[in-house]
Design a protein around this ligand. Sequence first.
Ligand SMILES: C[S@@+](CC[C@H](N)C(=O)[O-])C[C@H]1O[C@@H](n2cnc3c(N)ncnc32)[C@H](O)[C@@H]1O
Length: 287
Amino acid sequence: SNVRWGFPKWWIGRVRQAYPAQWEAILASSFQPGPLTLRVNTRKTSREALLAVLQAQDISASAIGDHGVILDQPLPVAKIPGFEEGWWLVQDAGAQLAAQLLPVTDGMRVLDACAAPGGKTAGLLMQARLQLTALDIDQGRLERVASNLQRLDLNDEGVVLRAGNAIDLKSWWDTQPFDAILADVPCTASGIVRRHPDIRWLRHEQDIADTVALQRRIVSALWQTLKPGGTLLYVTCSVFPQEGIEQDQWMQQALEGAVALPSPGQLLPGQGQEHDGFFYSLLRKQG
Ligand SMILES: C[S@@+](CC[C@H](N)C(=O)[O-])C[C@H]1O[C@@H](n2cnc3c(N)ncnc32)[C@H](O)[C@@H]1O
């Protein structure tokens, strides 16, 4: 029943239809608080060093993924050593994959098209020294990118923060194509309900179609700014297939020269997973 699951009926129906074997585990995971996961700022320290500092302060933690640390018990960030020093940022293990999946190397021209508050921007800058444009439509949220990069000491010379609508290329793009684009597009956020429990009551079923349409407009515009041979990583924190696998199929049809590269696809929360729900698709633009 609705009461048992604490979700709108339409939401339950959609998850159940998409994942007949896992829908209960997916919904149930929304009622467990997500773990506190850190992404080590590998420009400043190493994971081993951070784990040693945590251990010295009796904070139990373990490694996750390539650069992550997961705390056994959540703590206020100010109580975790290294916040002011910029040794880490809070970032879910699923979100940490973004910076690893987009192939970036020193000197590349990179666009982070939906950048605020800058968690994935930071991850990209830890991977390489980039000519990076961090774009976001929301000027207020863009200021959080600035403060995060400042704290983490990632304000490289080549980093530019821009307020602008990704769809409206004329308003922000200087016509120089990008080698790589991160499109962490706005979504229903149905994959992160455990961190934002009110999401499920704020959303309406119609939002899915509206969001899908917006994502398509954004990705279509961004594709024009990508160099032939360049790569675009499409990301959402949703579990609805309309924003994930179906969007992936649409992109491969609609975007000229798009070729799918290996990527994780749909990551589901629950079932003992430490990460939130994400969808990843990596596309190359055939030259
Ligand atoms: C999923 S969040 C990005 C999270 C961020 N990448 C991170 O890892 O910290 C999506 C962002 O897209 C921005 N956004 C929404 N519509 C946009 C548009 N048309 N152009 C550019 N940014 C947009 C929102 O303001 C929001 O900050």
